[in-house]
Design a protein around this ligand. Structure first.
Ligand SMILES: [Fe+2]
Ligand SMILES: [Fe+2]
Length: 167
């Protein structure tokens, strides 16, 4: 692909990705305000942005086999766990930015678990097999992710048992 077209498509992919997330968050907010149709509109447009992001990703060659995708996901989570979030957290603490320190710590603790779950998946997918996976629960407050039993209390943020979304 010609360089400028490639760079443009990468920019578009990051814009569409951010728009997707933003609209999903806006949809949740609209729902909380009782605006069901606005919420539905945000969700529909978010899905459309997801389609655009997927199409751009395909052209950029980002979508590979699941084995390779897991490898890529592992590298991303590893970077977040080993470098990005510890550094961000340290800077936030040194600047007394308590909100940032908390958010980066919550993310760091979840990313560690994402990393190990992806590694577990890869160890099977490497041999062409799917993993055995129990229910996965995600804390809707901090993102803590756990396989199996829902904890009584979130070990990261202390949220109660009913604050988990199950996959
Ligand atoms: Fe993650
Ligand atoms: Fe939590």
């Amino acid at each position: 692909m010609r360089k400028i077209s490639e760079e443009n498509l990468k920019d578009a992919l990051s814009g569409e990705s951010q728009a997707h997330i933003k609209y999903m968050i806006y949809a949740e907010k609209a729902e909380e305000e009782g605006l069901k149709n606005v919420s539905r509109l945000f969700k529909a447009v978010a899905y459309s942005e997801f389609i655009h992001a997927k199409n751009h990703s395909k052209i950029l060659g980002i979508i590979k086999s699941t084995r390779e995708n897991l490898e890529n996901a592992i590298n991303g989570e590893k970077f977040e766990v080993e470098e990005m979030y510890p550094a961000y957290n340290l800077v936030a603490k040194s600047q007394n930015e308590n909100g940032v320190a908390l958010a980066t710590n919550w993310a760091l603790e979840s990313e560690k678990i994402h990393l190990s779950l992806y590694e577990k998946a890869k160890s099977k997918v490497n041999f062409g097999e799917d993993i055995e996976l129990e229910a996965i629960h995600v804390c809707i407050i901090c993102g803590y992710t756990v396989e199996g039993e829902k904890p009584e209390k979130c070990p990261i943020c202390g949220a109660s048992r009913d604050k988990f979304k199950t996959f």
